[in-house]
Write a protein that binds this ligand. Structure first.
Ligand code: FAD
Length: 490
């Protein structure tokens, strides 16, 4: 008889783990407290507008392609994926913006126009970033991170220096480029990994290759199309779903996880995958004696930031913005310190605004735009209506200042989203948005382990364990945990 697996959480990691396990013959059920799959990639619909509430950047298209290929599909059979050009716009000030094209020669031109000789250096830099990307994806990123020995055989360790594990992104970028604008463009992608460029191993300049060479993509209809595709593929493999069900407890008997308490009833399982936030599964669902880590361990983790988000329905088409827009008009050193070093609401934040309706007119009513504003903020801040109002005004003012376009009179509605919502919706530790920061001390074997040390049949997946935050890593996380389970139980 096939073994029963219960997966807690229908985010990208839970969906991925479930689908790989079902393919191997396990009887898999995914349980999620929300009404729909997708985890942090929920959709907010209002008055004909549709907003991606979480992820909006589709990078590393090869990871998605490989994922769906593993189940006999190609991405283009499941959703329409288009490459954006312009990839994104970076504002440094009013009337001072740079467009990052999907055309490499145009990127070279932009760099050269800002710093003479930088196009050549960019090519060297990106070549090294490509090597890192290829080494990482060819093994390194799929390691379960249980033991250091795993890494010894990886081509990667040929490796540790080529990978620049022991330099920071900041120092590597600085050794190639002088101009602050170029440095910000090259440092920006690692912000997805939840730490400052000075604290992230330069291995992660592989993200520059993903950004500038592989490009920025968009699934027509929004990021939820990926989720719908994953659910379809999962169901085809036989995965069952229970939505709107809160897992209250993991039951342990005779040193084995026996099942889950849902609606005060036991659902038995032979194997459990906790693909909700690791800290929640570990600290709230398990009896203390079986927790993988202590309260103080979690207190000492460096969490990736939370986010203060605004979903804005606008009664006009806004000029001056692209699909993705980065507002780098403030000093990120200060903003970064206010996220990590002395956490507080940022005095002069950098911001990100997406207008997906520029690409996808179907997600907003005719002649309207759907805007999402995002401000990265420290975790665990006091999230009050007054603060949300203050930053809403700052965001609107900033958009108006940098684009020179008035928007306030055309706003139909604004919905905000921050710490309290992340905790309520996702049981997010300290209200984090992006999981655990990918600092050197929290990389690979140094991340919370995918396997419970005391319960042979309890595993963890998702953005707080290997390989880290982001949608592509979450897909890979599910695959890693599934492989480990297959190895041990089949
Ligand atoms: C605002 C924002 C912007 C982002 N932008 C990007 C981007 O542009 N590109 C990118 O690649 N990544 C981005 N990310 C990161 C990316 O979205 C995440 O890394 C990824 O979605 C995490 O997936 P996951 O499966 O690990 O966890 P989650 O998506 O959090 O899934 C976990 C699920 O478990 C459920 N759950 C929790 N507790 C319980 C319980 N007790 N019982 C039942 N169910 C439970 C939760 O409701 C949730 O559905 C962004 C994230 C946020 C929040």
């Amino acid at each position: 008889m096939s073994k029963k697996v219960a997966v807690i959480g229908a985010g990208f990691a839970g969906l991925s783990a479930a689908t790989y396990l079902a393919k191997q013959g396990f009887e898999v059920t995914v349980i999620d407290k929300l009404k729909k799959a997708g985890g942090r990639a929920q959709v907010y619909n209002n008055q004909g507008f549709s907003f991606d509430m979480g992820p909006s950047w589709y990078w590393m298209p090869d990871v998605f392609e490989n994922y769906f290929n593993d189940f006999g599909y190609q991405v283009n059979q499941l959703y329409e994926l288009i490459k954006l050009d312009t990839s994104y716009r970076v504002f440094f000030n009013k009337k001072d913006a740079i467009d990052i094209s999907s055309d490499w020669s145009k990127i070279e031109d932009v760099f050269e126009s800002i710093e003479i000789g930088s196009a050549k250096k960019l090519n060297q830099f990106i070549k090294a970033a490509q090597q890192k990307y290829e080494i990482a994806l060819d093994g390194f990123i799929e390691k379960p991170g249980i033991s250091l020995l795993e890494y010894i055989s990886v081509k990667s360790l040929m490796g540790a220096f080529q990978l620049d594990l022991f330099k920071s992104v900041k120092s590597l970028v600085a050794s190639h480029f002088k101009h602050p604008k170029l440095r910000s463009i090259l440092e920006f992608p690692v912000l997805f990994l939840g730490a400052m460029p000075k604290d992230i191993p330069a291995l992660y300049t592989l993200m520059n290759y993903a950004d500038l060479k592989l490009g920025t993509w968009y699934p027509m209809g929004g990021m939820s199309k990926i989720v719908e595709a994953m659910v379809k593929v999962a169901k085809n493999q036989g995965v069952k779903f229970q939505f709107g069900k809160v897992v209250q407890q993991i039951v342990v008997e005779n040193n084995l996880a026996k099942g889950l308490i849902i609606d005060d009833e036991l659902q038995s399982a032979d194997i459990i995958v906790g693909a909700a936030d690791y800290q929640h599964v570990d600290q709230y669902l398990l009896p203390k004696a079986y927790q993988n880590y202590t309260h103080s361990y979690w207190e000492k983790r460096i969490m990736a930031p939370s986010a203060l988000l605004y979903y804005i329905g606008l009664n006009k088409k806004i000029k001056g913005l692209e699909h993705h827009n980065l507002f780098f008009d403030e000093d990120f050193e200060i903003h970064g310190k206010e996220i990590y070093d002395y956490p507080k609401w940022p005095s002069k934040p950098q911001m990100y605004v997406s207008v997906a309706s520029k690409t996808d007119t179907a997600i907003a009513p005719k002649n309207c735009d759907a805007l999402v504003g995002l401000i990265p903020v420290a975790v665990d801040l006091e999230d009050t209506p007054a603060v949300r109002k203050e930053y809403k005004n700052k965001l609107i003012h900033k958009i108006e200042k940098l684009t020179g376009v008035e928007i306030e009179p055309d706003i139909i509605f604004v919905k905000s989203y921050a710490h309290k919502d992340f905790i309520q919706d996702y049981n997010a530790y300290k209200g984090n948005a992006y999981g655990l920061a990918n600092t050197l001390k929290q990389t690979a074997v140094l991340k919370p382990k995918i396997k419970n040390a005391k319960l042979h049949n309890l595993f963890y997946a998702g953005q707080l364990t290997v390989p880290g935050p982001g949608v592509p890593p979450a897909l890979i996380s599910g695959k890693i945990v599934a492989k480990e389970i297959v190895k041990l139980f089949q």
